[in-house]
Design a protein around this ligand. Sequence first.
Ligand code: SF4
Ligand code: SF4
Ligand code: SF4
Length: 282
Amino acid sequence: MTKNELEALKLEGFMQQQDKEYFSLRILTDAGNLSSNEMVCLAEISELYGNGYMGFTTRQCVEIPWIREDLIPEVKKRILNAGIKTGGTGTRVVAVAACKGALCRFGLLDSQEIAKNLDRKFLGIDLPGKFKIGVAACPNNCVKAPISDLGFLAQNEPKVETDMCKGCKICERTCKVDAISMVHKKAVIDYDKCISCGQCIKACPFKAMKLDNEGVAVYLGGKFGRNLRIGNRLKKLYQPDELEVITEMVIEYYKNNAIKGERLGMTISRLGFNHIKNALDI
Ligand code: SF4
Ligand code: SF4
Ligand code: SF4
């Protein structure tokens, strides 16, 4: 098989294994979800064309290894009939990852819905390098948003209504980063420690802990792998309905400013954070 043929297959999700004889098929999920019918179809493929098992990747994809080259056309037919998406490789927008969001007791927004919408709009757009998007619904950050090329992290910023505070200390016990202390029997927040998880707001039985500001923090140019880079955070919080436009602008900036093969973080390091900040103007 020629290099170009291998590259074309890779784009469709069939990656040649180290042994050079077999292929591993990468399947894309909907923000980490597959229907039971899709799972049955994948189980059948792994049973009939692979070695009877499949694995899960860190970016919420599924891989079925040990597929012989001559069986690839049959596998493609089954995948097509089941409406399953494959790919997630190469220099383009790859699978948008999301945490459990509104299903999770800590979730501040529906990260899965946001990820699905972004996936529908941007998945597969060709770019100078790989482009990963992550959406986390709270600062527990299960999806590691700040080390995605574009990371979204939901935040709820609290403030104490001192007159209403009864000094019960429930918020102090709730805060996992010790950002709350009692001063003259009133709760006081140390904003240098607070990570805006919003849990103290939910916990206060007297409604003295108020929601001061809510939204989504945006991180640009994060990356894991050989050269770890934490994304630069834009200062403001943004609303969920702004994230699509922000994604569009960041992708446009990346297309216009990156050198081929360069990840967004490298572009930001080369041109300076102010360059992208000024260009986005958000
Ligand atoms: S990031 Fe927060 S909301 Fe999302 S799964 Fe983790 S703990 Fe739950
Ligand atoms: S939980 Fe509410 S009432 Fe109790 S100390 Fe905290 S802010 Fe005050
Ligand atoms: S929002 Fe979270 S981190 Fe901040 S003070 Fe409340 S519980 Fe602590």
